[in-house]
Design a binder for this molecule. Structure first.
Ligand code: ATP
Ligand code: MG
Length: 293
């Protein structure tokens, strides 16, 4: 099976015609659940390749990769990070989770806290939630915007369009500096979210994952879907594409995310640094020295 090919249908790099309803959360690209075992092997291959590419990324020290994960609760962000990054050298990766902003963070523009955590060259940075919350939760809940300490006359009807524009420009700036950007929306259905919440309630080891406020956010499901659709439509670009990944089947989500990351890294001109003539000479001398001992 050519997994590379199937990625195309989840990629959004021009949002003009994007409609969330064209994306089925339960999609598995025609693969049946009997394929799960094979999917595990494929995922392992992907993870191994990712590890190899990450090693080159670090050695070359020119490109960085920012990976953004956005989703409704229980869509599997944490599990995806855990499984997809499992084989990668921990020194080359950093994961940052963005929660409700602190008082200090609210004293700055909203890109302040995220830009500090953007990955350096040679590294992969994963954002578990991101500045996109500023056009998602903040849009769904006007009281959150009211709490952002913005001057009154800046809080206009245009604020979301303005934020999309700033976000797009920020991403363009990053990519122009060698920090590639790829964004995932893990697309879970309302029904599957309910099932996972109930599972968290039924399984003592999973109780800790459940918070009553998550269940409350379900009431705003439609508003969130609309906010996601608008945000993706406005910020999908060739330089910072979105991938709308089916998230009702975890094994499939992970497979797609791993493969996209492999693809993105392969798209950068990664190579180990070339050794110059002088360096080669120095290496030969070092060898002689060692062999003399
Ligand atoms: P998990 O529940 O799996 O631990 P999570 O990402 O849901 O992971 P929580 O601490 O439950 O972590 O939730 C973080 C909350 O912070 C979310 O409800 C999110 O909407 C909110 N949040 C993130 N960024 C912002 C922001 N800029 N403004 C307001 N709320 C935000
Ligand atoms: Mg949560």
């Amino acid at each position: 099976m050519k997994i590379e090919k199937m990625l195309k249908r989840y990629r959004v790099d021009d949002g003009k015609r994007f409609r969330l309803k064209d994306y089925d959360p339960a999609d598995t690209h025609g693969l049946k659940s009997e394929f799960k075992k094979e999917a595990k092997d494929l995922l392992a291959d992907g993870v191994q390749e990712l590890s190899r590419l990450q090693d080159t990324l670090a050695a070359q020290d020119r490109w960085g990769l920012l990976v953004i994960l956005q989703a409704m609760d229980a869509a599997g962000k944490d599990g995806t990070i855990k499984h997809v990054m499992s084989g990668v050298n921990p020194q080359g990766v950093q994961v940052t989770s963005f929660k409700v902003p602190t008082t200090e963070e609210l004293s700055h523009g909203y890109l302040w806290r995220t830009s500090q955590q953007a990955p350096a060259r040679g590294r992969i940075g994963i954002f578990n939630r991101s500045y996109y919350e500023e056009v998602l939760v903040v849009r769904v809940h006007p009281e959150v915007l009211a709490n952002e300490k913005l001057p009154k006359r800046l809080m206009t009807r245009e604020i979301w369009e303005e934020r999309y524009e700033d976000i797009k420009n920020f991403e363009r700036y990053l990519t122009r500096n060698g920090i590639a950007v790829v964004k995932f929306f893990l697309n879970i259905s309302r029904k599957e979210q309910k099932r996972r919440f109930l599972d968290r309630l039924d399984t003592p080891e999973k109780n800790w994952k459940f918070s009553a406020s998550d269940a409350k956010e379900r009431e705003f499901w439609d508003a969130y879907q609309e906010a996601y659709e608008d945000a993706i439509r406005a910020t999908a670009s060739e330089f910072a594409p979105w991938y709308v990944v089916p998230a009702d089947h975890k094994w499939f989500t992970r497979l797609v995310v791993a493969q996209v990351l492999v693809d993105e890294l392969k798209g950068l001109d990664l190579e180990y640094p070339k050794v110059s003539g002088a360096q080669k000479k120095a290496l030969a001398e070092a060898r002689q020295q060692l062999e003399k001992e």
